[in-house]
Every structure is written in C-alpha cells, then in structure tokens.
Design a protein around this ligand. Structure first.
Ligand code: ARG
Length: 410
C-alpha cells in the first residue's frame, strides 16, 4: 500500500531536517519544498541535503521576483508597518511559501503539508492559515509543536538518522532572512532592557561606524511601486537588493521592538530592514505630495489594519483583497521621484517631485505671484467655526441655557 505524502517547507536548517525522518517514521513520504525569497541559500546544496535526509522528492524554487511583485509591492503601497514599526518581512514570506506548498501538494497528490514552526510563534499561524485558506482539504502538521525535543535532543536524533549536522558556531540567536529584512530573536535579546549587542546585526553597520559622508539616493515610483534608482530603471526586487546594501552600509534600518504576538506573548525582536525603511519613508513622502488630505487620513487607518492582517496570517482572506482594492485606487497618481539622504543610521527625505503634485507654488508662496485670496479666509473660518462656537455658547448648565442662548449672537 502506498504511503500518504506530506509536503514539507524545508529551509535546510536543523528543525526541518529532523522533520524529514520524523515524518517518515510516522509513515509518510516526505516531499520537500525550498523557496528562495532572498535568504542566503544555495538551492542546490539544500536540495541535496533534503534528499540525504530522506526526502523522496526535493523541490526548490527561486521566488524572489514573485515575492517582490506580489507581496512586497502591495505591502509597500500600504506602508505596512506592524505596530507602527515592523515592516513585516518574515510575515510576508509565509503566505508565499504556503502557496508553493499547496501547489506542490496538488501536483504530488499529497494530503498533508508540514512546516518547522514551534507552537509559540506567529509563523505557525501564518503557515496554517495560509495553507488551509488556499486548500481547505489539506491537513497541516507541525512536528516541532509535537515532538518536544530540545535542540540537543534534535542533534542526537539527527545524527542517529544520518542527517549531516554542521558542527558550526552554535549561535544563540534565531534568525530569519528575506528580501524585505532580517529578523533576530532569542539569546540575550530575551531581556528587553538590554541593548542588543553588535553581534546580532548581520546586514547593517553600526551607525557610529558608518561613513562620515552621506549618500543621497533618488527613487523613482510609478503608481506606488519603485521603478528606478538614481534614474536607472530596474525591477523592484533589484531595487530592494541595492537599497539593502546601500542602507546597510549607512546603518539604516535597525529596529528594536517589543512586539505583541498573535498567540498573546510579548517578545523582543530585532530587525534589519534597510530597503523597507528607505522605501516606505520615500513612498509616504510621495503620497504626501500627491494625495488629498482626506484620502491620506483614511488610508492611514487602512494601513494599520492591513499591517495587522499580514501579521496575523490573514493574507489569503477576503479583507486583504478588499483593502488592496482601496489601496490600489489611492496609488494611481503616486508617480514621481523622491530623494533620500542616508547618513549614520538615518534615512531622511530631502526632496520629492511628481507630475501629479498637488503642491502649487502660486498658492503656497509668501513672495510675489501669490494667487491665494486671503480675504476669503475670514468667511471660511466664520462658517468652519460655527459648530464649536455654538457648542460653547450653549454650555452645560441647564439653568443658564435659555439666558446664555439668548445672549448669543451668531
Ligand atoms: N516576530 C517576527 C514575526 O512574527 C519574526 C519572527 C522571525 N523568526 C525567527 N526565527 N527569528 O514576523
């Protein structure tokens, strides 16, 4: 009788490598899937390792472009920052990986999907929800939620099953990387009162070590999406890569955050997201130039909700599609150029231009050429202030109401 198939999200690390024999021992054939979302990975080496660990088939895919265009672009258009600060780098990759798992599961006729997440984090929520939203017929298994092995026990288990365990530096940190950023947790970071030691950073120079001369970079946007860097057209994912490099060199994009996880835990996270920080700042600046006040104001509420649903694993839920439609319609005129100056940890917008700019020199100027009719302001303010004046005149003392109201002259 043929064994049921399980499609495993495989990173090549210890947890997911141990998951292969663990799942086979439960009676399943393991098909591994490794998705390149911009993490430093040698896809061929990972494929070989999956096979060496017992996978019956090992799939690998370069999804960097897909990640940028279908996940980072909508997030950028929505200026998505969880709790106002985290660009959601790890969170955004999960639904993409899940979509690949589902595709392979259907191709292979698998009944199960598996991932290496523990039962304490957000990522399990994102994998489980994304997978089952796309394919309700699939069942998700998370071995690390069940096996109750310590890291040391996992190493013993791996060796016993002939899995190559790199005897490398046993880093106390747990990290996750993709195009949109690098996440670090555990170790000394578990004390939120302690400043993260320099060793936790991998992408960014310390601002104190950053160059003494600033670098100005000009980002071209078309309908909310970056399309050029200093006048050179490039695909979005390449612009992201370039800005990670450049921003990182200037110490830009370090984020130290105590965040509220979906499962109720507060956790201390350190992120390095140079490109995301630069691009969101530039995008916001361009929106300020071309967007009407009420649209920008309403959008800020949408942005917060959008960020939260990404964090919460609801990418493939109807609310995201609906909010996307709103956000997309706000981006029609978000075309133009923004210059950002990178200097010792900061990314400051220093200039912006757009063919759709609502900024009119003749209205804003205090010099000659002023076309604003200042005398009209008095009447405008009279009407605009009417509700507040009435409110105050009526007051809160019921006995005084009639006399006060009588005295009041509009
Ligand atoms: N807390 C972040 C999130 O929920 C990042 C988790 C990253 N994982 C890691 N192994 N460091 O999106």
């Amino acid at each position: 009788m043929s064994r049921p198939k399980v499609v495993l999200a495989y990173s090549g690390g210890l947890d997911t490598s141990v998951a292969i024999p663990w799942l086979s021992e439960k009676g399943m054939d393991v098909v591994s899937v490794t998705v390149d979302v911009g993490q430093p990975v040698d896809l061929e080496a990972v494929r070989r390792k999956a096979e060496a660990s017992g996978a019956v088939t090992a799939y690998v895919a370069d999804a960097r472009r897909e990640f940028a265009e279908e996940f980072l672009a909508p997030a950028l258009r929505a200026n998505a920052l969880y709790e106002g600060i985290y660009p959601l780098s790890t969170a955004l990759a999960r639904p993409l990986i899940a979509r690949h798992l589902v595709e392979v599961a259907r191709r292979e006729g698998a009944t199960f999907v598996a991932h290496g997440c523990t039962g304490k984090g957000n990522d399990q929520v994102r994998f489980d929800l994304s997978t089952t939203s796309l394919a309700p017929e699939l069942e998700v298994i998370a071995p690390a939620r069940e096996w109750k092995m310590t890291r040391e026990e996992e190493i013993v288990y791996a060796k016993a099953h002939g899995i190559p365990v790199e005897a490398t530096k046993t880093s106390p940190y747990s990290t996750d990387e993709n195009l949109w950023g690098r996440s670090v947790e555990c170790g000394v970071l578990e004390d939120p009162a302690i400043e993260p030691p320099e060793e936790v950073y991998g992408w960014t120079r310390s601002p104190t070590e950053a160059p003494e001369t600033p670098t100005a970079v000009t980002i071209g946007f078309e309908q909310g999406i970056p399309t050029s860097l200093d006048g050179n057209r490039a695909p979005f994912h390449e612009i992201v890569l370039a800005l990670n490099q450049l921003g990182g060199r200037h110490g830009v994009g370090r984020i130290d955050h105590v965040e509220s996880r979906v499962v109720g835990i507060k956790s201390r996270e350190v992120y390095e997201c140079p490109a995301a920080v630069v691009l969101i700042g530039a995008h916001q600046a361009l929106e300020s130039l071309v967007g009407p006040r009420d649209v920008l104001d309403f959008k800020r509420g949408v942005e917060q909700r959008y960020a939260q649903l990404i964090y919460d694993g609801l990418w493939f839920a109807p609310l995201r599609t609906a909010l996307d439609a709103f956000v997309r319609s706000t981006q029609e005129r978000v075309t133009g150029e923004v210059t950002v100056k990178l200097y010792k940890g900061s990314a400051r917008v220093t200039g912006r231009r757009s063919p759709y700019s609502l900024y009119q020199q003749t209205l804003a100027t205090y010099s000659t050429g002023d076309r604003f009719r200042q005398e009209m302001s008095e009447g405008f303010i009279y009407v605009w202030g009417l509700p507040a004046r009435t409110w105050t005149a009526i007051g809160t003392q019921p006995t005084a109401l009639t006399s006060r109201a009588a005295k009041y002259r509009a």
